[in-house]
Design a protein around this ligand. Structure first.
Ligand SMILES: [Zn+2]
Length: 76
């Protein structure tokens, strides 16, 4: 089973969950405050971009790997 990453809207913590692909888009309960957390998209790619010190040079104003228009939601 693949591992998916979730971000809790309550405590802002990230956690990973091993679950079937069929449940990947479903929300998962935060282990800390037990509210439903949204799945995080490609946070890893955003972090590696930050470590390199570069702002997006690929594709203009959006993160190269996540579907968001900025990395505000994925931890940067
Ligand atoms: Zn939480």
């Amino acid at each position: 089973m693949p591992i998916y990453e979730y971000i809790c809207p309550g405590c802002k913590s990230k956690f990973e969950l091993l679950r079937p692909m069929s449940q990947a888009s479903e929300k998962a309960p935060c282990p800390h405050c037990h509210i439903q957390a949204e799945r995080a998209l490609s946070t890893f790619a955003c972090f590696s971009k930050g470590e390199s010190g570069l702002t997006s040079s690929i594709g203009g104003n959006s993160c190269s790997s996540c579907s968001l228009t900025s990395c505000d939601s994925c931890g940067l």
